[in-house]
Design a protein around this ligand. Structure first.
Ligand code: KIV
Length: 277
């Protein structure tokens, strides 16, 4: 019998050294597929701003857009834990506003937890959301909502000062009550050290094999998004090519009247049509 993956399952997986699997998902059909595959968690990531909406970054994504996609994914999911990504400015202005918006992810979006970006400066906000009984996943390293501060999608923590700061971020988020931590684009050795130091699971994306779990963007692993492919992506399918071939076949069939065939059409008593002539 399959059971729902929960925050508790995250902690148990770390203790048992079972790697946690997470992928992004943005719609009902894909959520059904991911859930059937037995993925542990689905992140409704604000990466949808890029791979679904075609924007240059994630910073323009709004609360309403995130909630729309969360609801779609929730309808297609039974067992995977659902984590809603808090968009830019939905948790920065005040802890009160952050709690209200996190609550919307749970009440309206039907999420089981939220994720937000940032380390030490966000600890107070994380604490407030957790106090409202909403589980929070932290996200440090390359945090795409800070792209304008970083000056691009760059690996974080290569310099000693940055590495120390990332370790402090991880410990501060754990102390604030986060149940897990995404480490994005962080050198493998540093991710290993952070993973050993914190009791909560680390979920890596471009952070190497020592993290307690991994996450990738679904469109990247399926080969459906080619505007920008980070070094850390492993592509497991070439769906773009498969779709190009399928749509080409459809166009060809319609033009040459190979489609629709009789089996795709509905019949009626044609005598009834006489009255229409
Ligand atoms: O928005 C997103 O999809 C993410 C993951 C890549 C971690 O934050």
């Amino acid at each position: 019998m399959s059971t729902k993956f929960t925050t508790q399952s995250f902690l148990e997986a770390k203790r048992a050294n079972n790697k946690i699997t997470m992928l992004t998902g943005y719609d009902y059909s894909m959520a059904q597929i991911l859930d059937t595959c037995g993925i542990d968690a689905i992140l409704i990531g604000d990466s949808l701003g890029m791979v679904v909406q075609g924007r240059d970054s994630t910073v323009e994504v709004t609360m309403e857009e995130m909630l729309y996609h969360c609801k779609c994914v929730a309808r297609g999911t039974k067992n995977a834990m659902l984590i809603g990504d808090m968009p830019f400015l939905s948790y920065h202005i005040s802890p009160e506003e952050a709690v209200r918006n996190a609550g919307r992810f749970i009440q309206e979006g039907k999420m089981n937890a939220v994720k937000l970006e940032g380390g030490k400066p966000m600890a107070e906000t994380v604490r407030s959301i957790v106090r409202a009984q909403i589980p929070v996943m932290g996200h440090i390293g390359l945090t795409p909502q800070s792209i304008h501060v970083f000056g691009g999608f760059k690996v974080q923590g290569k310099e000693q000062k940055q590495a120390i700061s990332l370790m402090e971020d991880a410990l501060a988020l754990e102390e604030a009550g986060a149940f897990a931590l995404v480490l994005e684009a962080v050198p493998e050795a540093l991710a290993k050290l952070i993973t050993e130091k914190v009791r909560i699971p680390t979920i890596g994306i471009g952070a190497g094999k020592h993290c307690d779990g991994q996450v990738l963007v679904i469109n990247d692993i399926l080969g459906m998004y080619s505007d920008f492919t980070p070094k850390f992506v492993k592509q497991y399918a070439e769906l773009k090519q498969t779709i190009v071939e399928a749509v080409g076949g459809y166009i060809q069939d319609v033009k040459t009247q190979q489609f629709p065939e009789t089996k795709h059409t509905f019949s009626m008593n044609e005598a009834l049509l006489e009255k229409l002539y």
